[in-house]
Write a protein that binds this ligand. Structure first.
Ligand code: NDP
Length: 639
């Protein structure tokens, strides 16, 4: 097959014709709609580059005319027919190619045959600005070769990793590229790794004036498709969870109210339906929610971009959670100053939980209805099964927004998380009032301070939430709405709620030991999350240059030393240690205050398995290699 066929999809029409394009068009017109059969081994273009790798055709979608192909590392992508070549054509090409250095080969290919490059004659007759524009096009396309795509050193033989596998050199790799490529190219590389400073935005706009090229590349990515693998027990499991989760919250709160909250006393006396609902409480809850929404809308705090979505788009998020917390603290302080009885929250705790549950249900119904009108590309990869109950539970739409107001991002860290701290404070005041204490108990102080640290940390590092599963993968449905608005504030505050009715006296040495445990957990949790977050946002960060990385076919690396080389989820380990430290101040009389740590271990073990599954799909062999290098998931030498 002639060279001109290389990356035909990006060729300007004129160049296409020059190389006999019309003839090919006629042939294509007469050909059957599908050229390659399922199971056929062909060469598929890697998105964002002009490099081809051996792939196997797994299916063909008649509607979109896209082939689903599988790369050798297990990565699956949807490609257009024009981005697929037969293997024989490459054998011919290889014999004709004289370039020995793969990187040189890539560069020379793109120089001589860059699809974005116009024909010589035409270039001569064009104006200078046009030439300049075309050069930009060319350079931008060449830079795609510089990105860490699979086996850049060997475009034919790819086994999931480049030939030189592990490196702690993401930064040096970039520097190397900087030496090799023109400035504009480095711009593109820096942009890929989010290294660009905000003030360069304008320059960026100029360079990206020729966005069409990237749009073409983006279309090659797999469009959002139906969810085939159902989690949480599928349709039946999610249906049950919709009832089980609220029932669990109610059970825990009712038990906590008992003088003897032993599990043997199951079931607790059920309250009447009327006693569970109070319109005034619901009104206070709504007020709280809308005040937090107002704080979220304040134009304070920086605006950052999230990780690229499946269509390449990046959403913008305002980072002002910490400001919202400070404003809330000021508002609560003012209320207390004017003698507002915050333990109203304690007195009506169950009614508040019921109000929040009712609100989260209404919100979930709204989210599901609006998701039915959302374009396919906006749907969550895990919540698009086509089954109403399943999609309602897991969340059908990935990032539902009303204008710029991101509902999922808002609920994730604001009303529930800040609400949790306010509830804890209310419990502390209630304890003092009920037990006639001038000071809160040591246990209550520990629980309040540990959890306050956790919430402040989450809000201070709000940007890190943008790389978590909740934001990247999970849609916004009942699971997250209920989790954020009900489960977090009303179940996570269980220890403080428990201590009001069941005071425990602990000694200073015990308190010191528990504090040290919490600090260890926090240190692991924070450093692991920061390490990964910084690496994902800027793999070339010089502060991370000592870390070793396994490159993957997607261009993202996997940290294999540092915290992420200790266990595969060091952040979960730290979180679990902290969870234990939160329960210990409640003593050992009952298991109820340990519900959080038990549930949390189950949650994170399940979450780890989900993440593992997604990463395996995403990274293929590179992930398996990572698992071999880092055999333990959460607990070293145990699990
Ligand atoms: P993580 O922050 O652990 O993110 C998992 C992702 O990290 C993977 O999908 C992968 O994504 C990336 N990754 C995995 N291994 C590596 C590696 N070796 N090198 C680089 N990147 C890697 O997921 P969560 O969203 O589950 O957790 C975030 C935090 O929130 C944790 O600290 C967790 O404990 C906490 N959490 C707290 C909860 C609570 O209720 N208190 C509930 C759930 C979580 P990719 O490669 O695509 O970047």
């Amino acid at each position: 097959m002639p060279f001109f066929f290389f990356c035909r999809s990006c060729q300007p029409a004129s160049q296409h014709r020059r190389h006999g394009g019309p003839l090919k068009s006629v042939l294509f017109w007469k050909m059957p709609s599908r050229k390659y059969a399922d199971g056929e081994v062909v060469m598929g273009r890697w998105p964002g580059s002009v490099l081809y790798y051996e792939v196997q055709v797994t299916s063909y979608d008649d509607a979109s005319h896209l082939y689903t192909v599988k790369y050798k590392d297990g990565t699956e992508l949807a490609l257009k027919e024009s981005d697929i070549r037969s293997q024989s054509s490459f054998k011919q090409r290889k014999s004709q190619s004289s370039s020995s250095s793969p990187s040189r080969r890539s560069r020379s290919r793109s120089r001589s045959r860059s699809p974005g490059r116009p024909a010589k004659g035409r270039r001569r007759s064009s104006s200078h600005s046009r030439e300049h524009k075309d050069d930009k096009k060319k350079i931008i396309q060449e830079t795609t070769l510089a990105l860490p795509k699979p086996s850049e050193n060997n475009t034919r033989r790819y086994n999931g990793e480049p030939d030189s596998t592990e490196r702690n050199d993401t930064s040096s790799k970039l520097l190397e590229q900087q030496k090799l490529k023109p400035d504009v190219e480095m711009e593109r590389v820096l942009d890929q790794y989010s290294l660009r400073s905000r003030r360069e935005e304008k320059k960026k706009e100029e360079i990206y004036a020729e966005k069409k090229i990237f749009e073409t590349i983006k279309t090659m990515e797999k469009p959002s498709s139906k969810t085939k693998e159902l989690e949480f027990g599928g349709r039946f499991g999610t249906f049950m969870l919709i009832f089980l989760l609220p029932a669990t919250v109610l059970y825990l709160l009712l038990m906590c109210k008992q003088d003897d909250p032993s599990l043997m006393n199951f079931p607790p006396p059920l309250p009447t339906l009327e006693s569970l609902w109070e319109t005034k409480v619901f009104g206070v809850f709504l007020l709280w929610f809308f005040f937090q929404a107002l704080f979220y809308l304040l134009p304070i705090g920086k605006v950052v971009e999230g990780l690229p979505l499946s269509n390449g788009r990046k959403l913008q998020y305002r980072i002002n959670g910490f400001y919202a917390f400070v404003l809330t603290a000021a508002a609560i302080g003012t209320l207390l100053y004017f003698q507002f009885e915050l333990h109203y929250l304690y007195d009506h705790f169950i009614q508040f939980a019921v109000s929040a549950a009712a609100f989260s249900m209404v919100l979930s119904i709204y989210l599901y209805i609006r998701s039915l009108k959302a374009p396919e590309e906006d749907l969550a990869p895990g919540g698009n099964s086509g089954y109403l109950v399943y999609d309602f539970f897991t969340g059908h739409e990935l990032n539902p927004r009303i204008g710029n107001f991101d509902l999922k991002y808002f609920c994730e860290l604001r009303p529930g998380l800040i609400g949790w701290v306010v509830i804890n404070l209310a419990m502390l005041l209630a304890e003092m009032k009920i037990h006639n204490q001038s000071m809160p108990s040591l246990s209550m102080i520990l629980v309040n301070s540990f959890q306050l640290l956790y919430v402040v940390d989450a809000l201070w590092n709000e940007e890190a939430v943008l790389t978590t599963m909740d934001i990247i993968h999970d849609g916004f449905g009942f699971m997250l709405a209920f989790g954020d608005l009900v489960w977090v504030p009303f179940v996570y505050s269980l220890q403080a709620f428990y201590l009001v009715g069941h005071p425990i006296a602990i000694s200073w040495p015990v308190a010191a030991a528990i504090t040290i445990l919490n600090c260890i957990g926090y240190y692991i949790f924070r450093s692991a999350n920061s390490q990964k977050n910084n690496f994902r946002r800027n793999p070339a960060d010089p502060k991370l240059s000592y870390l070793k990385v396994i490159p993957t076919a997607t261009g993202k690396g996997l940290l294999v030393t540092g915290w992420w080389g200790f266990v595969r989820h060091p952040n979960y380990l730290g979180d679990i240690i902290m969870a234990l430290a939160w329960s210990l101040p409640c003593g050992f009389n009952h298991i109820l205050p340990y519900f959080y740590v038990i549930y949390f271990i189950c949650l994170l073990v399940h979450r780890e398995a989900r993440d593992e599954h997604h990463c395996k799909k995403k990274y293929g062999l590179a992930w398996e290699r990572y698992c071999q290098r880092v055999p333990y998931r959460i607990f070293p030498y145990i699990y």
